[in-house]
Every structure is written in structure tokens, then in C-alpha cells.
Design a protein around this ligand. Sequence first.
Ligand code: R5P
Length: 293
Amino acid sequence: MKSLVFNFPSPSPLGALITQGMGAEEGRFLLKSFPDGESYLRLESPVKDRSVFINAPLVHPNGWILDLLFLSDTLRAQEAKQVVLVAPYLAYMRQDKIFHPGESLTSATFAHLLSTHVDSLITVDPHLHRYHNLSELYSIPTTVVHAAPLISAWIHENVQDPFLIGPDAESSQWVKEIAKDLPFIVLNKTRHTDGHVRITWPQEVNIGNKTPVFVDDIVSSGETLLEALAHLKNQGTKAPICLAIHPIFAGNAYEEIKAAGVHKIVTCNTIPHPSNQIDLSPLLLKALKEFQQ
Ligand code: R5P
């Protein structure tokens, strides 16, 4: 029996590539709201004894996470063989510590919630900083796919004489892996309580005539990239390229970064966005093979 892929909360280009690449069927369901705002969900695909995959980039999840849990519980109630959550972007990973007294450790609560409603989780480069492994948070089996080989290939194929720049210490794990034989630096960032960041550029580093390529895992408010980009202004370098795995681009972040004199913004398709140019479906499909029974 064919596996089923449910694309949630809505169809996406990556979801279509995954469904097709797995030779799976698209799962169908009806989701609507009662007048009081509560959800109504009904499965329209038979799921008994079938492996079911929910493809859901968990960006801005607050408005629909409850619906995702209704879906996974209904799949289980109708005896799906397994419910695998494919979350190319894994939300709530950045509050990985109680920074100020009284704060909620949302990463732990979110992980507990997902762990109790699905059987396993596949994701792409989760923001592991103070946690070193997803198993410190998630009690279900997890698989992590790394975008580095495809980002590295994109740079090697598309950029002449690149110089990679990681905007902060957290990005160093990605930058080192992506750079391979290419020159790179990792900058120093301090985040202030008002959300503003300050980045310092080492005096001795001069990019010269190389093409600056900023590499980060997530672009959210865009503050980190904008602050890092500002350091190039006085150096008279070539127009930089900005590369990110997870393109959240909250508010006007995308427009502001474009207006900061960048040559190109390139992202992976973990979250649907016009800047998606690096398709991670080959890596996800490889990881998904293990779950196809
Ligand atoms: C470090 O915290 C991450 O690697 C990113 O640099 C950060 O999440 C980017 O966030 P924002 O775009 O809001 O500065």
C-alpha cells in the first residue's frame, strides 16, 4: 500500500517534490472552523495500516499547531501504521535556555508536545546551540538532515572566488562545514535585550576582491545580517551574497536586506519563499527511505 503525505497547513513546492519522490499519495483532509473559531477536521484518505508523513514547515506555528495535533491524533485513532512528522524547519529551538528569571523554556514544552503526538520527526539543521542533540529535548526518534553539502555545491557552482562569512559564533558549525577549501571568517555577535545585535569585524581581515558570501542558519528579523552587512560598506568589496537555510524573513526583513546593497539572497526550500533556490528534497528523500515500509 502506498504511503501518504499530508501537506500542512497548506500544499508547498517541497511537499509536492517529497510526495512525488516517495511515490506516495497526497493525503486528503477537510479542515474548517466552527463559528466560535474551534476547528473541525475530517480525514478523507483511508489511512489504516499505511505509513503517514505530515510535511509541515513549522514556521509561525502558533495559529495552526493545534490543528496539526488534531490531524496526528486522528491518524493514530484511524490506525495509521506510523505518523512521521517532516518538519524541514523546526520551530521553538532558540529559547534553549532560561535567559531571565521567570521565562518559559518554550523549546522544552514544544518538544514535549510534538513527542507525544507523532511517532518520529525528520528535520533540517535545527538550531542546536545550547542543546547539542535533539534527543536532549525530544523523546521520539529524530533524524537530522544537513543542508551543508547542497549549499556548498551551490557556492562552488555559482560564485567566483567566494569568501564566506558567518555572522556569529552560532553560525560557525554551518560555515565551517560549507566552506571546505574556501576562505571564511566567523564574526562576533552580542544580542541586547531590546532585540538589537552588535557585531564586531576583526581588523586584520580584508576580503579584497573576493565575493563576500554571508551564511547563516536562520534569517528572522534580519538584524543579524543587516548588522553584519554594514561592516562591508567601508571596505569597498563586491556586492555580497546572503545565504540562509531557513528563510523566515519576519516583517520587512527580506526587503531591508535586499535594499542593503546585496547582489543576491539565496535560501533553501525548508520554508516556502521567493528566495528559495536550493532544493533540499534529494537529502530529505534519502532520509525518508528509512521510514518507508
Ligand atoms: C543565531 O542566533 C542564529 O544563527 C541567527 O543568526 C539568528 O537566528 C538570526 O536572527 P535575526 O535574523 O532575527 O537576527
